[in-house]
Design a protein around this ligand. Sequence first.
Ligand SMILES: [Zn+2]
Ligand SMILES: [Zn+2]
Length: 362
Amino acid sequence: MIVGKARIVKCPYCGAKKELMSLVSGNTLRAEYWSDNKMSAPMLPQVSIVQKCPKCGKYYLYYKQKEEYGEDESFERGSDLSYGEWKEAYHQFCQESTTLDKSDWANIRMGLIHAYNDLITGRNDYIPDDFRDMLLPRERPVDVFVASVIGDFVREYDWSTEKNLLLKAELCREAGQFNKSMETLQSIKREELDDYERGMYDDIKMRVEQKDIKVFRIKSVQERRKDAMIKRWEMMAELERQWLEEQKKDPRLKVCKNGHCFKNTEHMCRWCGEQEVVERVEEDAPRTNVVLFVGQRNGQWVLTTDPDIEGKGEQIRKITVEIVGGHKLYYHLDGQNPNPFNNNSIKLDKKNNYWKMANQEM
Ligand SMILES: [Zn+2]
Ligand SMILES: [Zn+2]
């Protein structure tokens, strides 16, 4: 951000001079965007369009004054006008409306709406979203004055110049005109909006349905994606939790259609990957152990009781299989898993007919 020489404005009522900040350059790094069209960026500070004369206390639009620059820089933005002062300014402008055109009025109204929303959200203080939501109840009554200003804005603004009518829908919502807001939304072709606008569209719609009039911070496309991902994870974790609860009701071992055994809390058979459960076996049923060896015979991987099976160097491994009620239950591996076992699970490689071979050998 580079600050230039101060812009000097003269009060049109008493002639008192005031120096205002002017920017040579700035950027929107760490900018926050709000649903009422407000952008606040630490590296792009804005000068308030309405300035209050420090001498006579009257209000004027600074950009309507003659353009003059001083020698030094200034950091004065005149942006600390309270909502009360904005209201006062608004009433003053209404008295002298002949000097103001449509775009001046749009600027003034937008500024007043921002000042009101600044007040009720405390957003200039950079409060985290969640905390702000806690502080601000959704069921706040509509401020009658702001609602009338919004009404005038919506009626008099030239909406044909807007790319889409999201701002109009949003302003109607903030004024508590939910039907008008919804009608406006319906006139927008959602599929023609970009990702960012579509997110905003959905947020406005959701809030209209909830009869919520509060202004909100617009999340970036990245934030939305992150939120959606977290939501999905949470949903999956919850489904898994429910599934486990359900499975724990029956502590018996599961038996797949190929006659293998696996724990009640496991999703699939470790031998063959089957999920379908055709039978149950008591966990404390008598067990016997069979020791199997992994090796190659005639170029095929096999699982066999023959300890002399030819292996692939150090990859040959011993596996202890427990037999429960006539079904194979595998849990113990001697050392690292050999190829073609995957990831320390006993799921056999069907392509090599591996588990079928094991069946044959047993
Ligand atoms: Zn003055
Ligand atoms: Zn199986």
